[in-house]
Design a protein around this ligand. Structure first.
Ligand SMILES: [Zn+2]
Length: 693
């Protein structure tokens, strides 16, 4: 995990918006705009020449797209353009470098303020008081877009630098100079002018969906079969869907009742997706429920004092799951008119966040799902399980190799080596040299990393201006660091190294960073996978590495289908903006079944399964799910490149300092190929051969 920028912590507000307001059209450009723009174009083209004129025509159009009545009348506009258009190349260069310098400072200091305001709540430094929470919830940069439109800095950028679409960046980007890429990123900062009220609606919708998801627990001891048998221990409370899915994975290790437990959880998941789950059941230890017959009774045993939630009807849950999803959709849509280069939530996710067009992502997912490797891996799973596959086996976890050392042995080794966070900090240069960085590079990197005691499991927080350092937050128990803590610390250190190179060695700070989070995660995994070697222990043998690959393939095969359902549902909502929750439910079930029937039914021998729609992210994360399979594919490409070159250090540096260009350009530079599933598929092929040796 990494935290790139201070998050505005969305305070949980109990919002019940049955139907958010309909999006209205963004304010149109004032009526005088066209005539004044034409006149200015003629006037300034004559003054500065044809090349500047073409630049101006583009700039005038961009400014017109965002100018509102309150920004000023026709004379203010004329004056603004005449004053701020950089007609001469020297002025344009000066403007560019001033902006690059100023925004590095601005971003960097905003990040530092946010980091300091969150210090007490992020770090293991004693109690968190209410004022600490207030500090942590503050986002100093919340109003900057408004400020920069108010003082017209945003318009100055839009008047002089190009706003581009993803299609342009992909079509022309590999011929662009680094400066052109940096100009594009500069203009992108102002590609939206979303009113504060719209942002507030989106935050409220996100909070409402988040709250619904975070309270959706199933009390497992209260699941009963027709004979009243309870499979799960008292007090066990599992959050849908993550904990339920992880329980399915853990149950592969339970030879006695594992299968019965897995079948029960599958039934629970289906009841949630179809909303046939009785309204009384969620988060309620005061009732017993048979998910097969759907019968609910007062609890016959007591394992918790938690009261029954109030206000639940006696029938099924009234499609609340889909109502929450609709709320997030309708709120997202309010931003559409203010985001001309990516005018839907779907476009913002693919064109802006992922920077890979949706059709290409779809093709990559389908390539994995329809790969002839899938039935071969499935057959291997059946052989290992000694039975036919059942639908919940999309979460099969039995490929996870068993290491040569027990967790206790590893804890012992790590504890001795790192009794304190300070001891780990001291060892960073040595660890980096082991990873193939030169002594000088290792010192440089170590000097750019601060080690902090994390309150949670750990994270990495990069810097945003040169001169600041990135922070590695790691958990050290009282008696020293344990193996899990070390494993995470090595992962986070990978983020810190990427963050340090991609800020300090990139040629333009406007290009600092990586194309999207999948890239920094992939680089962090490269470090994490070497953790045993860093402890001086033997590295995983070919057999366990092959099993690891099969585990990754099966995970991608599962989540690729889930991602396709998420995408299908968002398209359906855009096509049916006035749908009721019940209609959205029917559509979601249909999309989930169709996806299952197309890619999974031939392998599992069962049709019309709805499990692919159970992910909670689908309800509260605004089309986030495709990031998972993409991340797995990207990780594989980078991993394979690192293996080819042998030593990590120089390759890691070469990749990280390219910065935030389009993903395909980044990946071609890193590995020679654009982003895609080929590396994953060819490694899976090899792994199958290795395992069946
Ligand atoms: Zn990470």
């Amino acid at each position: 995990m990494q935290i790139a920028f201070p998050f505005a912590v969305i305070l949980l507000a109990a919002v019940s918006v049955a139907r958010a307001e309909e999006p209205k059209n963004a304010e149109k450009a004032p009526p005088w705009m066209k005539e004044r723009s034409d006149r200015l174009e003629k006037e300034l083209s004559t003054k500065y020449g044809a090349e500047a004129g073409a630049r101006l025509a583009r700039g005038l159009k961009q400014v017109a797209g965002f100018w509102r009545a309150e920004d000023g009348d026709a004379d203010v506009f004329d004056d603004f353009v005449r004053t701020n258009f950089a007609g001469e190349p020297t002025t344009l260069d000066a403007l560019f470098s001033r902006m690059e310098f100023a925004f590095e400072s601005f971003d960097g200091h905003m990040l530092e303020i946010g980091r300091d305001f969150r210090k007490q709540s992020d770090l293991d430094l004693g109690p968190i008081y209410p004022f600490d929470q207030t500090l942590a919830g503050y986002d100093p940069s919340a109003h900057v877009t408004d400020d920069f439109y108010d003082n017209k800095l945003a318009f100055t950028v839009l008047l002089n630098f190009p706003l581009t679409t993803l299609q342009q960046r992909l079509g022309e980007g590999d011929k662009w100079s680094r400066r052109q890429w940096a100009e594009t990123r500069l203009a992108e900062r102002f590609s939206k002018r979303i009113p504060a009220a719209v942002n507030l609606s989106i935050a409220k919708a996100a909070a409402a969906a988040e709250q619904y998801i975070s309270e959706y627990n199933i009390w497992m001891h209260h699941l009963v079969d027709e004979k009243g048998v309870r499979l799960f221990p008292p007090k066990l409370r599992l959050l849908s869907h993550w904990n339920l899915r992880d329980e399915i994975k853990a149950d592969y290790g339970d030879a006695k009742t594992g299968l019965a437990k897995q079948r029960t959880i599958q039934k629970v998941m289906e009841r949630i997706v179809t909303q046939t789950i009785p309204a009384a059941v969620a988060n309620n230890p005061q009732v017993d429920w048979n998910p097969f017959s759907n019968e609910v009774r007062p609890a016959a045993v007591k394992d918790s004092d938690s009261p029954a939630p109030s206000g639940r009807g006696s029938g099924p849950e009234p499609d609340t799951r889909y109502e929450k999803l609709l709320i997030t959709f309708r709120a997202s849509r309010l931003a559409d008119p203010y985001s001309p280069t990516a005018p839907t939530m779907i476009a913002r996710r693919f064109d802006e966040n992922r920077q890979i067009p949706e059709p290409r992502v779809r093709k990559m997912l389908e390539d994995v799902l329809s790969s002839p490797l899938a039935p071969r891996v499935a057959a291997l799973i059946e052989k290992r399980l000694g039975r036919k596959l059942e639908p919940f086996d999309i979460w099969y976890s039995g490929f996870k190799p068993r290491g040569a050392y027990t967790e206790t042995q590893l804890d012992e080794i790590v504890r001795k080596r790192y009794p304190t966070a300070e001891a780990y900090k001291k060892d960073i240069p040595n660890l980096l040299v082991q990873l193939g960085f030169s002594k000088e590079k290792a010192e440089f990197l170590a000097n750019n990393v601060v080690v902090d005691p994390a309150r949670g499991s750990g994270h990495a927080m990069g810097a945003a201006r040169r001169g600041d350092q990135s922070h590695l937050r790691t958990r050290v128990e009282k008696d020293g660091m344990n193996y899990k803590g070390f494993n995470i610390a090595v992962h986070e250190m990978g983020h810190n190294v990427e963050q340090t190179f991609s800020l300090n060695e990139v040629d333009h700070t406007l290009l600092a960073g990586v194309p999207n989070t999948a890239f920094t995660e992939a680089l962090a995994f490269v470090f994490q996978a070497r953790d045993l070697e860093l402890l001086g222990l033997s590295k995983p043998d070919p057999q366990s590495r092959a099993l690891e690959t099969l585990n990754d393939f099966w995970g991608t095969f599962e989540i690729a289908g889930v991602a396709l359902v998420d995408m299908g549902v968002w398209h359906w909502m855009y096509d049916h903006p006035d749908a009721t929750p019940a209609q959205l439910k029917e559509a979601t079930l249909q999309i989930a079944r169709d996806t299952w029937n197309r890619f999974y039914a031939p392998i599992f021998g069962k049709r019309d399964v709805t499990l692919l729609a159970v992910y909670s992210h689908m309800i509260n994360s605004f089309l986030y799910l495709p990031d998972y399979p993409l991340g797995l594919m990207i990780a594989f490409q980078i991993k394979r490149q690192m293996e080819k070159s042998g030593s990590i250090g120089p390759d890691f540096e070469r990749m990280a300092k390219v910065g935030n260009v389009a993903p395909d350009i980044w990946m071609k530079n890193a590995t020679g190929s654009p982003v895609g599933p080929d590396a994953l598929l060819s490694e899976t092929e090899k792994a199958l051969a290795q395992v069946s040796k």
